[in-house]
Design a protein around this ligand. Structure first.
Ligand code: OSB
Ligand code: MG
Length: 376
C-alpha cells in the first residue's frame, strides 16, 4: 500500500542533543551530547513527515558519519527529489539506485516519505508494512560500567520496570566477570552480549561465554571477518548474531550462507531503509533465522519507525528499544513511549510519524540547518 508523494520542501537539522549519561561500548565512551540528524519533508498538499539519521560523529560502528550523511542528504539525495512526482517510497528509493552507501541518509529520507504516505492514507506504518503485532517485547542494552556491582544495580532497576531481556555490552576486560554476576543474579532471564567487533578470534573468552546459556553473542569479531565468524560459530553452541556484518541485504545473505551467524539484528539506518530491512526480514523468515530490531540510541522519531517495523512476524526475539529517557534529557516527540510492566512497548497506531514530533524541541538543539530551494 503506497500513496503518491510530490515533495515541495525539505528541511534538514544537525542536532546536538544533551545526554543524561554517556554510553560506553567496545567503541569507547560516547560524548555527553549526541550528534544526530533529523529531517522534515513536506508534500505539496501540506502533509509532513520526519525522518532521523542516528549517526555518530566518528566512523566507528560504520563508515558513515554526521558530516558524510549531511553532505549526502543536502548535496546528493534531497535536491533531485524535490519537485518531481513519485508513486511512493519505493519509487523515491529507486531514484538513488546507482548511488552506493549513504545508508543513514537514504533511510532518513525513506522513513520521512513513509510517514507522509501513512498520513495521507490514514493507515499506521506497521499496517503499511505488514505488521502483525501490537506490542513489541523489548530488552535493554547495558553499557559498560565501572564495576559489576554498578551494572547489577542498573540491571535490577530495569528489570523492575519490565525489560524482559538483558543485553550487556562487552569488551576485553569487561566480559566474563559482569556476565557471570548478571547470570547469577537473574538466572532465568534471557541474557545476551554485544561485543561490537571488539575481539580477535584468539582473544575472546569464547569457552566461558559459551557456558552461560546466552541467547546470542552479538558481533564478536570485525564486521567483514566473515570467515573467522563462521569458524567461531562452528566452535560454539551459542548462536552468533550479525550486527555490523549485516551491512546490506546482500552482505547479510552472504554472511548467512557462510554460517557466520544464526541470528540477525535488523537496523534500518545500517541497511539503508525500510525496504531493505523488510527484504532482510523476509530473507530471515524464509530460512527460519530469528531476527530482532536493533537500535542506535534513536530519539522517538527513529524509534517510531523501529517499533512499527518490529511488528512484522519474523521479529521473533526481543528488540533493543529503550525509551529515549534512558539517554536524553528530553525526547523530540511528545507524547513519547515507555515500557509496560509486561516488558513490551506498544506499536504506534497513529498514522504518519508514530509519535508527534515537537518542532520547537528540534530547533532548540539545532546547530546547523539546511532547506531545499524552491517554493517556500
Ligand atoms: O551495537 O547495537 C549496537 C548503539 C549505537 C550503535 C550500535 C549499537 C547500539 C546499541 C544501543 O546497542 C541499543 C539501543 O538503541 O537501544
Ligand atoms: Mg550491536
Amino acid at each position: 500500500m503506497e500513496a503518491p508523494v510530490r515533495l515541495a520542501r525539505a528541511d534538514v537539522f544537525m542536532l546536538s542533543l544533551p545526554m543524561v549519561r554517556s554510553f560506553r561500548s567496545a567503541y569507547g565512551k560516547s560524548a555527553s551530547r549526541k550528534r544526530l540528524i533529523v529531517l522534515r519533508l513536506e508534500d505539496r498538499d501540506g502533509t509532513t513527515g520526519w525522518g532521523e539519521a542516528p549517526i555518530a560523529e566518528r566512523p566507528l560502528y560504520g563508515t558513515d558519519t554526521a558530516e558524510s550523511t549531511w553532505s549526502a542528504l543536502t548535496d546528493l539525495l534531497l535536491p533531485p527529489i524535490i519537485g518531481p512526482p513519485f508513486r511512493g517510497a519505493a519509487d523515491v528509493a529507486s531514484s538513488w539506485a546507482g548511488i552506493i552507501g549513504q545508508h543513514y541518509a537514504k533511510n532518513a529520507i525513506e522513513c520521512a516519505v513513509w510517514a507522509i504516505a501513512s498520513a495521507k492514507l490514514a493507515v499506521p506504518l506497521s499496517r503499511l508494512w505488514g505488521g502483525v503485532r501490537d506490542a513489541i517485547p523489548v530488552g535493554e542494552s547495558f553499557p559498560i560500567c565501572d564495576t559489576p556491582e554498578a551494572l547489577l544495580s542498573e540491571v535490577d532497576a530495569r528489570v523492575r520496570e519490565g525489560f524482559a531481556r538483558i543485553k550487556l555490552k562487552i569488551a576485553p576486560g569487561w566480559d566474563v566477570a559482569p556476565v557471570s554476576a548478571v547470570r547469577a543474579a537473574f538466572p532465568g532471564m534471557p541474557l545476551s552480549v554485544d561485543a561490537n567487533c571488539g575481539y580477535s578470534p584468539d582473544s575472546g573468552p569464547w569457552r566461558e561465554l559459551d557456558d552461560f546459556g546466552l541467547v546470542m553473542i552479538e558481533q564478536p569479531l570485525a564486521g567483514d571477518a566473515l570467515i573467522e565468524m563462521s569458524e567461531l560459530q562452528q566452535a560454539l553452541q551459542t548462536p552468533l548474531c550479525l550486527d555490523e556484518s549485516a551491512a546490506s541485504y546482500n552482505m547479510t545473505r552472504i554472511a548467512l550462507r557462510m554460517g557466520a551467524g544464526r541470528i540477525v539484528n535488523i537496523k534500518p539506518p545500517r541497511l539503508g531503509g525500510i525496504l531493505p530491512s523488510i527484504a532482510v526480514h523476509d530473507l530471515c523468515a524464509g530460512q527460519q533465522v530469528p531476527a530482532w530490531c536493533g537500535g542506535m540510541l534513536e530519539t522517538g522519531i527513529g524509534r517510531g519507525f523501529n517499533l512499527s517495523l518490529a511488528a512484522l512476524p519474523g521479529f521473533t526475539l526481543h528488540s533493543d528499544m529503550s525509551p529515549a529517557r534512558m539517554f536524553y534529557e528530553q525526547d523530540l516527540v511528545d507524547p513519547t513511549f515507555d515500557v509496560t510492566p509486561d516488558g513490551c512497548i506498544a506499536v504506534p497506531t497513529r498514522p504518519g510519524n508514530g509519535f508527534p514530533v515537537v518542532p520547537e524541541r528540534v530547533t532548540a538543539c539545532t546547530i546547523r540547518s539546511w532547506k531545499s530551494d524552491g517554493r517556500d
